[in-house]
Design a protein around this ligand. Sequence first.
Ligand SMILES: Nc1ncnc2c1ncn2[C@@H]1O[C@H](COP(=O)(O)OP(=O)(O)OP(=O)(O)O)[C@@H](O)[C@H]1O
Ligand SMILES: [Mg+2]
Length: 203
Amino acid sequence: MNEEGFIFISGTPGTGKSTLAKLISEELNCNYIEVSDFAVKKNLVIPDETGRDTYVIKEDELKEEILKEKGKGLTILVTHYPDVFLDDDRFYLNTLFLILLRTNPKILMDRLNKKGWDEKKVKENVLAEAFNTIAEDIYDYKDIVIEIDTSNENPNNLLDIVFNKINTLDFGIRINWLLNETLIDFISSLVDDVNFNNDRISD
Ligand SMILES: Nc1ncnc2c1ncn2[C@@H]1O[C@H](COP(=O)(O)OP(=O)(O)OP(=O)(O)O)[C@@H](O)[C@H]1O
Ligand SMILES: [Mg+2]
């Protein structure tokens, strides 16, 4: 791929972004930036006032820093919030495509538990995937989205799947876990759990 510009990789935690970013950057011999890590490194985060394990990012400064960091050739940006960048033409007009990784929420739950995260954080992230959160955030950009379900894929096959979709111009966002009948009970019990826990915290 003899091009210049950005390739975004997005998806809920645990869908395999970093795994894929590493594979693509080796294949295309280009850099990749883990945007959240980069923001922390550049001191562009403000701790969230709620004292939770979250923070607010200084978006304008972050965008400037990334534009400065970008060299010639391709740059892969790994991020949970690609819309922040795509809403800015300096990024959008230089973007080749956005790879959106999806994972069946039940399978994602196993992957996140293996990361050793606490139960609440796991459930909130599984719900974010179940409710198609990032897909909704970037729906306006669906014509440049390569959506890939990593639920049952070996990471070694991912590269072939990505390039096959690019070559066949297979763009779009089609996965909607809320329409998957085998997930209805699983998702509703997660919603109940998370609501129950939030009620206890606010009491
Ligand atoms: N296609 C896949 N099939 C099965 N397991 C995978 C796949 N891709 C990644 N994994 C595994 O899932 C876990 C999460 O992968 P990875 O760290 O790449 O996700 P991520 O999207 O970068 O998460 P985060 O947002 O937390 O950085 C890892 O243990 C990884 O080995
Ligand atoms: Mg990662």
